[in-house]
Design a protein. Structure first.
Length: 148
């Protein structure tokens, strides 16, 4: 598997995916997940105060994977967002160590809209030919669709 870093804003990919899902073309499918993790303070880059000593930082990670409907295409587009949320897990969530599936709009609200955390966009391909197959979709994603 080859991995390529892509310098495409996550919100642009998200907008393209929403358009793709509502267009009826059905060329891709997706999977969105969220995971909460307890990190030790040093790993999270947090300097605890004396009163917070020993409290672990909680981070959240969101992954949006976009893939073609057929595996023959040989590519996977991934948006990965990681953010430190503080010393406590948000209400109604828990640290399970396992990703939980979430809806596309929930992924946007948690990981794209607030423009928080560190975002990584990558393309995994099985071959150079698979990367070439992805290029037409990449051109669509990076085309500005706004009308002046």
């Amino acid at each position: 598997m080859l991995e390529h870093h892509l310098a495409i804003p996550a919100d642009r990919i998200f907008s393209w995916l929403k358009d793709e899902m509502t267009s009826g073309r059905q060329r891709v499918t997706f999977r969105a997940t969220r995971e909460f993790r307890a990190d030790d303070d040093a790993a999270a880059g947090v300097e605890p105060s004396d009163e917070e000593a020993g409290i672990h930082s909680v981070s959240t990670a969101g992954t949006l994977e976009i893939m073609p409907l057929t595996t023959e295409e040989g590519w996977l587009l991934r948006i990965y967002v990681e953010d430190v949320v503080g010393p406590h897990v948000p209400e109604d969530h828990s640290v399970t160590g396992e990703p939980e599936g979430i809806e596309l709009d929930d992924f946007y609200a948690a990981f794209i809209a607030p423009d928080s955390g560190t975002v990584f966009v990558s393309l995994r391909t099985e071959s150079d030919a698979a990367k070439e197959k992805f290029e037409s979709l990449l051109a669509e994603m990076t085309t500005d669709r706004t009308v002046a």
